[in-house]
Design a protein around this ligand. Sequence first.
Ligand code: UT7
Length: 323
Amino acid sequence: MIRSRFTGCGSYLPENVLSNDELAESVDTSDEWIRSRTGISERRIAAEGELTSDLAVRAGQKAMDAAGLTPDDIDLVIVATATPDETFPATATIVQAKLGIHRGCAFDVGAVCSGFVYALAVADNFIRTGQVASALVIGAETFSRIIDWSDRSTCILFGDGAGAVVLQASEGDGTIDDRGILKTSLRSDGRTHDLLYVDGGPSSTQSTGHLKMSGKEVFRHAVVNLTSIVRDVLCDPDLTGVEIDWLIPHQANRRILDSTAQKLGIPPSQVIVTIDKHANTSAASVPLALSQGISDGRVKTGDVILMEAMGGGFTWGACLARW
Ligand code: UT7
């Protein structure tokens, strides 16, 4: 059977670092509160004029280089983002052009913080049906542009960045020993809209708007939904005996990460955590964490990785793969 194998990964963080202490100069908060309630110590902020597509291109180029591919080898570009450069065209088409990819197709996936996992599932389906042989899948965000910087309950949580992978079709035996994506599972429930949303948009207000969140409610749903989607993936009889080497979760809050891992029985030493340095970068957080795990040598060829995320909508999803 055809599997979508990961052949490259890359990431990019803007240079500008914003520490908790610096934030505490403009809103009523403290380094101690932010660290203890979220695990965040700093985040990156895109420079003026630095766009989501710019971050995506830097990460995407690194992923293509790691895979040893040229622009002519890429059939599909997907950018997962909730902070596109423009209302249209899709940021993915801007990235496609900037990377010199003049073939195939490109589109965005909008599932907010779950966007990268959703995009992996979409790309995997394109590859397994034989429609494309290679895909560049990117999560890229400039959440600093949709944050209300006077709202201490949200502005402390988010940061900017991008992460990317290359997926390529490869022949597998259809067993858990295959390298590549073994299973994806996606869910959403639009009834929870009011718990996490942006109060603007082209059709509603003709303005961009700002992020609004009921933090406690989102927290509660996150632990329940993430635990349940991971269990859903692992219950698949075709995956019997699979052992997870690395949990690579969406980095929303250190306490959500710890609580989910504990419920799943995954020891902290097998969880890749970047929230301290990156904060919540929405669709970029999972590929940024994956990239970190690969570059520091923790994630090795043949390791089983489990990626999971939840975001506005709510949307949530998981992807089990062998690197
Ligand atoms: O990517 C998916 C989307 N996001 C998430 O998954 C985030 C989920 N939620 C969270 O991470 C947490 O709910 C927060 C970090 C946002 C908040 O933590 P919490 O433990 O739920 O705090 P809280 O909202 O219950 O607030 C506790 C207190 C309140 O004061 P009072 O009413 O007890 O006097 C807040 O006003 O902390 C206050 N507070 C702050 N204090 C200092 C809220 N934000 C801050 C702040 N600094 N930045």
